[in-house]
Write a protein that binds this ligand. Structure first.
Ligand code: TRH
Length: 383
């Protein structure tokens, strides 16, 4: 008879957009598939969840999705008993788990491991805070901070075990890549051009970038998910930016794509020559894609995000000025703004170095292991 599986609960509050649920869902799936953990994902916004995972039923209080028990987290007032509590409890981005769940945690024997999974940043202080304990003010419970990161003194990055081989298998069959892009509506001419995927926040200087590409010396296909950079996209299209809408001006073709399920978003990143990504999860996926990328960081008060952006650039590309300049200006953080035509041609001039960097970086990140495995090892050390 096999022992009962380790149980784990993740509490996810969707603060904004798709990254919160994107990360929690990726972690949940991986823990279940690769480590045989019985995962319960508590999430407060099923509609956002469905955008990245279309099989989610937004009306179900509880449901099984790809082997994960998904519970609609409706509020803080429900009752829980110690039997409801998992062996490992993860609060994502310091959410407040329901008070009676915390009480049930304290009453459970043995007490669960309680982790706060934090956001990803390249700043150095993370190494000092990773794994630090914090006592509950009232209950006999200790939670530990778990930080993703870019060094072996952090929890590493989320990465599924088969990711690299899936990507190699996909890219190793050019007909499969073409078929995938045809499936997204691209005709051959758009597939044969330099391909860029564009995922950013509304304040990115997209219109300026489009103008540079339009007048640039190379045919370029820009693929934008529906609803992203809507103002600049609709101005370029001269009409609604619905999925399937497309227009060509000068050397630039802009095509609006449907918002695709998470696994297809990876394929899109793999298939493109350059990816503009944002937030946390798409940023990490772009790093694993092994392709050049430009990051639009999630904006924070008092431009705290500029510090985080610089910290990342300092690790990723301290020696590639063109890439630094593009990312800084894309994020409104350039000390001496330049024209987008200049920035773009400098970036293209460094193309090979940047391509090499994305592969070297990926190999370096592999050395830190993957976040799910690191997290389980840390939890085991506390049990
Ligand atoms: O959507 P984001 O901006 O999400 C977040 C949240 O805003 C969050 O509150 C904040 O803390 C965080 O950013 C920093 O960006 P992100 O993290 O890249 O998440 C997007 C998710 O959507 C990611 O899992 C990839 C997925 N996705 C698809 O599945 N299909 C698509 O077509 C696209 C464009 C993205």
């Amino acid at each position: 008879m096999s022992a009962s599986p380790l149980t784990l609960a993740i509490f996810c509050k969707v603060v904004d957009n798709y990254g919160d649920i994107g990360i929690c869902w990726r972690l949940a799936r991986q823990l279940q598939r690769e480590h045989g953990v019985a995962v319960t994902l508590w999430v407060d916004d099923l509609a956002s969840f469905r955008r990245i995972c279309p099989e989610v039923d937004i009306d179900a209080a509880t449901q099984q999705v790809q082997g994960v028990a998904v519970h609609h987290w409706r509020g803080q007032d429900d009752d829980y008993t110690p039997a409801d509590v998992a062996d490992i409890v993860i609060e994502f981005f310091a959410v407040d788990i329901p008070p009676r769940y915390a009480e049930a945690m304290a009453a459970r024997t043995p007490r669960p491991v309680w982790l706060n999974l934090e956001g990803l940043t390249a700043e150095e202080w993370v190494e000092g805070c990773h794994r630090l304990p914090s006592m509950h003010p009232r209950l006999k419970l200790t939670k530990h901070f778990f930080f993703p990161g870019f060094t072996n003194q952090t929890g590493g990055l989320l990465r599924e075990a088969g990711l690299a081989s899936e990507r190699e298998a996909f890219l190793g069959q050019p007909q499969q890549v073409r078929a995938f892009l045809h499936g997204l509506g691209l005709p051959d001419a758009e597939i044969d051009a330099y391909k860029v995927s564009l995922f950013c926040y509304p304040h990115a200087p997209v219109a300026e970038l489009f103008a540079a590409w339009q007048g640039g010396g190379e045919r370029l296909t820009c693929l934008v998910p529906e609803g992203v950079a809507a103002g600049a996209v609709e101005a370029f299209l001269g009409g609604p930016g619905r999925a399937g809408a497309v227009a060509t001006r000068g050397n630039l073709t802009v095509r609006v794509l449907p918002f695709v399920p998470q696994p297809d978003y990876d394929r899109l990143l793999w298939a493109c020559d350059l990816n503009f990504v944002r937030g946390e999860d798409s940023w990490v996926r772009a790093q694993w894609a092994g392709k050049p990328f430009v990051w639009h960081i999630y904006p924070q008060d008092e431009n705290l995000h500029h510090k985080k952006l610089r910290a990342f650039l300092g690790r990723y590309a301290p020696d590639i000025d063109s890439l630094q300049s593009v990312m800084l200006q894309w994020n409104g953080a350039a000390a001496h703004p330049a024209s987008w035509s200049e920035l773009w041609s400098a970036l293209q001039g460094d193309k090979e170095r940047i391509e090499t960097r994305s592969r070297v970086w990926q190999a370096r990140m592999l050395e830190n292991g993957d976040l799910a495995t690191n997290l389980l090892a840390f939890a085991a050390s506390l049990r």
